[in-house]
Design a protein around this ligand. Structure first.
Ligand code: FAD
Length: 322
């Protein structure tokens, strides 16, 4: 018996969710008094295995096949690892990639799949927590099976940090390349440029309080002055003022920057779902009762058109004419 977590990487870097999966996995493994195994598939498997060697991980299995994510390779490799290890729980990221192959693996192994898990408890059976009604309600489910596949929401568990002493093994996986159905020829970023807001240390996020598209450059100036990346709430994307890859939230991206500055954002649950994992949250909002202040570490209750130009000057930028 074991708990198996599968790491995720993109363009040569392990994603934060890989280390969060280790934390969730070792808690579950402790509940079941069993081992935690981590698999890493494709790319720089040796380098990745070294980085994944965190406290609580017993074994790291490497699968050497290709550079980037490929549905067929991941599904086949994970199925074969499960056949070998018979894990009590298979933990996958609730990411675009994870949600791509998790159903295939669960279907093929005839196991129940629970997606977007924000809490887990083991012991006799696995109990999982999911959010409903846009995050307003949490529901605990008991998984009525001895084995299950769970996709874990990002930023819900802290990343595992201390180095461990896992053994690293090359998994014996036999993949019939002819049956894969797809090959990965390259990697092209969707949306504008190569901006990935999930990688940013500092995000300046703009919301509907900005009023109109012509005012967006004011917030861009602030981001530039701070050396930050620009992101937004959903209405800004729905209005076509910024591309979709800038959207933070339940139907956007989950971000975990060191600093998140929310400008003219009310703090709706669907937005907060994407940014509550930020280390420090700063809110600029003229409404003192805006829900964003419930989670902000620092707040400036004032008109953003007064505050932002002064911040830009303070940080050495050129304040725009308003
Ligand atoms: P508003 O709620 O309109 O807030 C604007 C804020 O700006 C207000 O608090 C106001 O006080 C402040 N303000 C106005 N003028 C000024 C000024 N001059 N100076 C300072 N402050 C000012 N939303 C997301 O963001 N991301 C998602 O992924 C997402 N997914 C969703 C999924 C579903 C299924 C649903 C139903 C909704 C989703 N939403 C999402 C939408 C969400 O419910 C909110 O409507 C949205 O987050 C509100 O965006 P906002 O805070 O920019 O705008």
């Amino acid at each position: 018996m074991t708990v198996l977590a599968v790491a995720e990487h993109r363009r040569g870097d392990l994603r934060d969710i890989s280390f969060e999966l280790i934390t969730a996995g070792r808690e579950l493994a402790a509940d079941f008094d069993t081992d935690l195994a981590v698999a890493v598939i494709a790319g720089d498997i040796e380098g990745f295995a070294d980085k994944l060697n965190r406290e609580g991980v017993d074994t790291i299995y490497t699968v050497d096949n290709g550079e980037e994510f490929n549905h067929g390779v991941y599904a086949e490799a994970v199925e074969q690892l499960c056949a070998e290890l018979d894990p009590t729980a298979l933990l996958l990221p609730n990411s675009v990639n994870g949600l791509d192959y998790a159903p295939a693996v669960a279907g093929s192994l005839n196991l129940p799949l629970v997606t977007d898990v924000v809490g887990i408890e083991g012991g006799g059976t696995v109990e999982v927590v999911r959010e409903q009604y846009g995050g307003k309600v949490e529901t605990t489910y008991e998984v009525d099976s001895e084995r299950c596949v769970l996709t874990i929401r990002g930023a819900e568990w802290p990343p595992a940090e201390s180095t461990g002493d896992a053994s690293i093994e090359a998994a014996e996986i036999d993949i019939d390349e002819g049956s894969l159905g797809a090959t990965v020829n390259g990697f092209e970023e969707v949306g504008s440029g190569d901006v990935d807001i999930t990688d940013a240390d500092v995000l300046v996020s703009v919301g509907r309080g900005i009023g109109e598209e012509d005012n967006i450059p004011i917030i861009e100036e602030l981001a530039d002055a701070l050396g930050a990346t620009l992101s937004s709430s959903r209405p800004i994307v729905d209005n076509g003022w910024l591309p979709q890859n800038r959207q933070v939230g339940q139907s956007g991206k989950v971000v975990t920057p060191d600093v998140y500055i929310a400008v003219g954002i009310s703090g709706a649950v669907q937005h907060v779902a994407g940014m509550k994992g930020a280390d420090t949250i700063v809110a600029i909002n003229s409404d003192p009762n805006a829900p964003i202040y419930d989670i902000a570490d620092y707040g400036i209750v004032d008109d953003l058109f007064e505050v932002v130009p002064r911040l830009i000057e303070e940080f050495g930028g050129q304040a725009p004419e308003i």
